[in-house]
Design a protein around this ligand. Structure first.
Ligand code: NAD
Length: 485
């Protein structure tokens, strides 16, 4: 019943976890790089429950100060941290450095966002007298991280959760425990105890056990739609638990009239192939106006031909690395074949120079003629091109998905952008900007199968605390005006 199976796409079996151990492999070489014990879920949750009240009772300013110390710990560790991320998930070193930078920046952004969105407010109401609105933390929150941004994305939940006064149980992706461990250690070195901010390595089984545990108060999840749906189903009878789901996309880029063909092509290539297409916001479908097709598509192909695919530490630096593992590379190759054998016309083939490693070349395929394009997220460097003749058709095609994370219009008039903005069902709608690279200062989330209306990014503060309304007078004062005998 998975989305992949609907499209005839199966994932390989997981070689990263056994009952007792979790092992991380370098995608670029296949070498083992980290090994550790799988956490004991009951112990982890019990420890967090014990630690939580004292953490929640600390003054907010202390917690903020500790986050700033955390940022300093990350700065001290930056080179090792970036190198570990690059080795562990295969992204180029320059990109791993940018991820570490994002981890640091999250601190100040979260402090601002807490103050703006969830700080205390005093109200004076003529009817009710003095009122206050203050926020309380939920308690013990489980953060489940994906592999593609193994530090920045879990961190995007962790910092706001800690600032608000929650204890955090962080289960990193089983494909990136080493990066997760460094992140957790930086918190602990900054003075946040290993009970308040716990590193809980494990695989899907530990994820499931944490989600189902009575002792937790919520789950902050970033990962695939399949997993998100299963978490949602598991907690469907538990309205008392907060559930935040940041999931995948089948994101569209609409290419309309533009004289800036080379810039337009660069935006497409950047959106489709950065991080080897392993970004939730990556452009998967390029929807092109018929009359522009013969100008823009060759330009995109020529630029994609020039991209260097290489190992993270190669010189000159690669544009993109391998995908996460051989199982993912196998799945993507099968998906490409599926598109080819169901009416797709190749513009640039998906190549895998060494069948024992997961390096893939960027691929482009015209799927205009396909009757039923599978609406699944192909999490890798595959871009589909679909030609359309008018703008309404372009918008309808862009919305032809159950997902709704990111969409961009390239070219077009301000009036056309207004129509695009008004009609696109997505949490991120851009004009002449890539689909990727969401801003720290904005909400980050999607509609449809991409999320559950609890965006992260700047809005993460909203799901890390709940508001309490209080009418407050120093002395009781009440008059019963009517209905007395
Ligand atoms: P994944 O769903 O396979 O795993 C995510 C986490 O969930 C991991 O820690 C995993 O161990 C855990 N998990 C797996 N099965 C579970 C279960 N049944 N119950 C509880 N936990 C379980 O995702 P991934 O492959 O690591 O990451 C890639 C996916 O993440 C893509 O679909 C991508 O689009 C999405 N993503 C979304 C965003 C966003 O902000 N919307 C950002 C990055 C990645």
């Amino acid at each position: 019943t998975t989305l992949e199976r609907e499209a005839g796409i199966e994932r390989g079996t997981d070689r990263n976890v056994s009952k007792a151990e979790i092992i991380s492999f370098e995608p670029a070489t296949g070498a083992e790089m980290w090994r550790g014990k799988v956490c004991d879920v009951d112990d982890v949750v019990a420890r967090a429950r014990r630690a939580w009240p004292a953490w929640a009772a600390q003054p907010l300013t202390n917690r903020m100060e500790l986050m700033r110390r955390f940022a300093n710990e990350v700065r001290k560790e930056a080179d090792n941290f970036a190198a570990t991320i690059a080795r562990e998930v295969g992204k180029p070193l320059w990109e791993a450095h940018a991820e570490v930078e994002a981890v640091i920046n999250k601190v100040e952004v979260s402090i601002r966002s807490y103050a703006e969105r969830t700080s205390q407010r005093k109200l004076d109401s003529a009817l009710q007298g003095k009122m206050a609105v203050r926020h309380k933390p939920h308690g013990v929150l489980v953060v489940l991280g994906p592999f593609n941004y193994p530090a920045h994305l879990p961190n995007a939940h962790i910092i706001p959760a800690l600032i608000a006064g929650n204890a955090v149980v962080f289960k990193p992706s089983e494909k990136a425990p080493a990066s997760g461990e460094i992140l957790a250690k930086c918190f602990n070195r900054a003075g946040i105890s290993a009970a308040v901010m716990q590193f809980a390595p494990g695989g899907p089984a530990e994820g499931q056990a944490l989600v189902a545990h009575e002792g937790i108060d919520g789950v902050l999840f970033t990962g695939s739609a399949n997993t998100g749906i299963s978490i949602n189903r598991r907690l469907a009878t538990r309205p008392d638990k907060i559930v935040t789901l940041e999931m995948g996309g089948n994101n569209a880029m609409v290419m309309w009239d533009t004289p800036k063909v080379s810039d337009a092509a660069a935006l497409v290539v950047q959106s489709a192939f950065s991080t080897a297409g392993q970004r939730c916001t990556a452009a998967r479908r390029l929807i092109v106006k018929d009359s522009l097709y013969d100008t823009i598509v060759p330009e995109i192909k020529a630029l994609a031909d020039r991209l260097i695919v290489g190992a993270p530490f190669d010189e000159p630096a690669p544009f993109m690395g391998p995908v996460i593992d051989n199982a993912a590379a196998d799945g993507l190759s099968e998906s490409f074949l599926y598109l080819l054998s169901h009416g797709g016309k190749p513009i640039k083939h998906l190549l895998r120079p060494d069948g024992t490693l997961p390096f893939l070349s960027p691929a482009i395929i015209d799927t205009t003629a396909m009757k039923d394009r599978p609406d699944v997220e192909l999490f890798g460097p595959i871009l589909q091109v679909i030609r359309v003749s008018d703008f309404d058709e372009a918008i309808a095609e862009a919305n032809n998905t159950r997902f709704g994370l990111a969409a961009s219009l390239i070219g077009g008039t301000p009036q056309e952008y207004n129509r695009f903005w008004a009609n696109m069902r997505a949490g991120i709608v851009n004009w002449n900007r890539p689909t990727t690279g969401p801003s720290h200062a904005a909400p980050m989330g999607g509609v449809g199968l991409s999320g559950n209306h609890r965006p992260t990014g700047y809005y993460a503060a909203d799901y890390c605390a709940y508001p309490v309304a209080s009418g407050e007078m120093e002395q009781p004062r009440a008059v019963i005006g009517v209905g007395l005998k």
